[in-house]
Design a protein around this ligand. Structure first.
Ligand code: G4P
Length: 531
């Protein structure tokens, strides 16, 4: 197959949701369709359960499992589907944001009862930053949820995106009858049947067809016609270009647990979702069909087995063909690296890969060369843009509890932050190390790993900061003045960029009024698209 055929065959995406909306269940049903797993329940173990104060080892065990399922690839009707898994636990949200830089589109799962939740909004914000195309799947239609028209309005308002229903539910909860596919004009009748994969789909010529009455009670058929008319009046016809530009989200309704509406979602997704397209590097746009290999590392996973200290770096291929045992150029260090055991992940199996194509994600065994965001090429000096850091929400000072192990602590914390476990800020005088995370769990992870992998002992002292703001100003003098005035709240991130650590909302509002020339960003990104 040619490079272009390989590219067109691929769909690389992530399923995202607020915890509990049904991401795991939907992923599992997709894998069942793809024949990648045979039994329901196989993916469940990937999920870090919600018992928030954690049994740390349990989490690690589950993280271990999640390596194998980090990318789930399968073939379906001639397409190669790559699902990039994102952690369900809120404390690992930063991991999810990074994974979103490696996909070409997403399916966002929303709970029909709860509607848009906090994490849904944040995830969508990340998608909007890079205009990632989004399909919305409204799940749990077997429950008494919100009115679908109200829900669409809520989606538009809270997620700041236009929507276009492509399927429409016939009732919900106890009286849920199924969905009408507005895109393919077919009726899909609901059965609570968890064993059967395919839905019973009835093709009807239109909503005026007498066929409709044969399958639905008159009351429901009338309501469906009225709803469909309203939709046609309210919404423009579906425009695939708007969807692929990230401006319009098609919406589907169904019930993942009952396997309902999944096949039509998957098949429409394969029809409309973009295959790998060009990607932006600092130097230029890189087209997927360029012959030379390019790719970037978006995730690093440490192997916690003390007998195998290596790490796995996850490389998203952006152009060209990746080949095993071939030297590639690591653009940050100028080193030439080759990989004897690149792996792909097929559901629960790791498979040695001889070659990979744009859109694919491969795992590279790494002895410490890679940092998140690193680029590989065939020799060109390139740096792909846009692995953002988001402001942490919890800040603690790292205290060394064993002065004899200072070096180990330094090395450990440097490597762990390169893996993206947490963010490190350095504050002068005294070279204070401040660790910033989005959840408490990371502190446990860091403490445990520093001790077990580096032999260093640490403790954390809570700090009262609430957010970090990356600061910039065209006038260097003003920036210096600000940094001098606020010296107690200024730190540097790992790249040496200045950061203002604010103690409260008021604190930052005050600083902004005082220094209107200074920009305050809660997202750090090299692309300049930060806000
Ligand atoms: P997540 O990955 O987004 O966190 O969600 P997950 O798929 O684990 O689903 C969360 C809960 O919602 C699960 O129940 C799951 O069975 C249920 N669920 C998923 N899809 C549907 C649906 O279409 N209808 C209904 N009624 N429920 C659905 P749980 O009790 O938390 O877990 P479990 O004991 O079933 O494993």
């Amino acid at each position: 197959m040619s490079l272009v055929e390989e590219i067109n065959k691929r769909k690389t995406f992530a399923i995202i949701s607020h915890p509990d909306a049904g991401k795991t269940t939907l992923t599992e049903k997709f894998l069942l369709f793809g024949g990648a797993i045979q039994v329901a329940g196989a993916v469940k173990s990937n999920k870090i359960k919600k018992t928030s104060t954690s049994d740390f080892m349990e989490i690690e065990k589950q993280r271990g499992i999640s390596v194998a399922t980090s990318v789930m690839a399968f073939e379906y009707k001639g397409k190669r589907v790559n699902i990039l898994d994102t952690p369900g636990h809120k404390d690992f949200a930063e991991d999810t944001y990074r994974t979103l830089t490696a996909v070409d589109s997403v399916i966002l799962v929303v709970d029909s009862v709860k509607g848009v939740e906090e994490q849904t909004e944040r995830l969508m914000e990340v998608c909007r930053m890079r205009n990632t195309p989004v399909i919305i799947f409204v799940n749990k239609m077997d429950r008494e949820g919100k009115d679908p028209f109200d829900l669409l309005e809520e989606l538009e308002q809270k997620l700041s995106i236009s929507t276009r229903p492509l399927s429409w539910p016939i009732n919900q909860g106890a009286t849920f009858k199924g969905v009408y596919n507005l895109y393919k004009k077919s009726l899909n009748l609901f059965e609570t049947n968890k064993t059967q994969l395919a839905d019973e789909v009835i093709a009807i010529s239109g909503l005026d067809s007498p066929e409709l009455m044969r399958h639905l009670p008159e009351k429901d058929a009338i309501k469906l016609r009225e709803d469909a008319e309203l939709i046609e009046g309210l919404y423009e016809p579906f425009d695939i270009d708007l969807y692929q530009s990230g401006l319009l989200a098609p919406v589907f309704f169904g019930s993942a647990i009952n396997n309902f509406g999944i096949q039509e979602l998957l098949e429409t997704f394969l029809d409309i979702a973009p295959s790998p397209m060009s990607r932006t590097a600092v130097e230029r746009e890189v087209k997927a069909n360029e012959k030379a290999l390019t790719g970037f590392v978006f995730k690093i996973h440490a192997n916690l087995d003390p007998n195998h200290r290596d790490r796995i770096a996850f490389l998203r291929i952006c152009s060209g063909k990746f080949e095993r045992n071939t030297f590639y150029f690591h653009t940050r260090t100028g080193k030439k690296l080759k990989f004897a055991n690149p792996t792909t992940f097929m559901a629960n199996e790791k498979i040695l890969t001889a070659e990979a194509w744009p859109g694919d994600v491969i795992g590279l065994y790494d002895s410490g060369n890679f940092k998140i965001g690193d680029t590989l090429t065939e020799g060109e000096q390139l740096q792909f843009q846009g692995i953002p850091s988001f402001s942490p929400e919890i800040f603690k000072e790292l205290e060394n509890r064993d002065p004899l192990k200072t070096k180990q602590l330094e090395k450990g914390i440097s490597q762990l932050t390169e893996e993206g476990v947490a963010q490190l800020f350095i504050q002068e005088p005294g070279h204070r190390k401040i660790i910033g995370t989005v959840g408490e769990l990371q502190f446990e992870v860091i403490q445990f790993r520093l001790e077990h992998e580096y032999g260093a002992k640490c403790a954390f002292v809570p700090m009262k900061y609430y957010k970090a703001f990356w600061i910039a100003c065209k006038d260097k003098k003003i920036l210096e003045m600000f940094m001098h005035r606020k010296a107690h709240a200024i730190a540097k991130d790992k790249e040496g960029n200045p950061v203002f650590l604010a103690e409260s909302e008021w604190n930052v509002t005050y600083a902004k009024t005082d220094f209107p020339e200074i920009e305050f960003h809660t997202i750090s990104e090299t692309s300049g698209r930060s806000k």
